[in-house]
Structure formats: C-alpha cells, structure tokens
Write a protein that binds this ligand. Structure first.
Ligand SMILES: [Zn+2]
Length: 131
C-alpha cells in the first residue's frame, strides 16, 4: 500500500516506499543506485535548502535543492525532450495504482527507436534512440 500526502504518486514516493526493501533482494548497477538515491532525496532537506524572504510581508520560504541527476523527472523533466537523444528506461516488475509518469508533461510527440534490451535480476532496461 502506498501512503500519499497528495493525490499524485511520484517516482520519489515509490522509491521512499519500496526501494529499501527491494534493495535487500535485488542488485543495482552503480548508475541505477546513484539515480535512485538522487531521486529519493531530490528537493528534500537532505539535499540542502535556500531560504528566501518576501520583501513585503517578510514571510520566509524554503526552497529545497534539486539533485540534478539526469534521470530525475522532478528536476530534469521539463528539459528532457530538448537535450536527450538516448533514453534508458528501466522496468521494475511492480504494479502500482494509476501508474507513474516518467517524463512529466511533454506537449509534442518524440519518436524513438528501440536499440537494445537487457534484463538482470528481474529489471529490464530498454534503450531507445531518438529517431
Ligand atoms: Zn532531481
């Protein structure tokens, strides 16, 4: 069961909920491990923060830092269709509620060509190139 603070399930929610237990029984490549850690911590206190203050009311706002990992949909999702020519999509064999959006909102079609698939420890990597 996924515990949510809002109506939208993010990949970060999934990682917080399932990654610790999943990691006990499955191996990750170093790149997958780093991406999972970055996405888990992106825009949280663990990444550090900046504080700004409204000049009018002096209310303070906390802005948590982004992880800047190229796989993170929370901080890279807006730019993903502009600068990525190659997509690595890892499929973890777990089904969840209404699905999790990988790339945020992309307002145009991006045509891809499947180049390679690889499977290990139940995780399937799909590697696509932009057409
Ligand atoms: Zn991020």
């Amino acid at each position: 069961m996924v515990i949510l603070m809002s109506n939208v399930i993010t990949i970060q929610d999934v990682f917080h909920q399932f990654l610790p237990k999943y990691s006990e029984t499955h191996l990750f490549s170093s790149e997958q491990h780093m991406a999972a850690l970055c996405i888990s911590k992106c825009k949280t206190a663990e990444m550090g923060a900046n504080i700004s203050e409204c000049e009018s009311c002096h209310k303070k706002y906390i802005h948590y830092n982004s992880c800047k990992n190229r796989h993170c949909p929370m901080c890279q999702g807006m730019e993903v269709d502009e600068w990525i020519d190659k997509y690595y999509i890892s499929v973890i064999p777990t089904l969840l509620g209404n699905g999790v959006r990988l790339l945020g909102n992309i307002d145009r079609e991006i045509k891809l060509r499947l180049c390679k698939t690889q499977t290990y420890n139940g995780i399937t990597d799909l590697i696509y190139m932009r057409r």
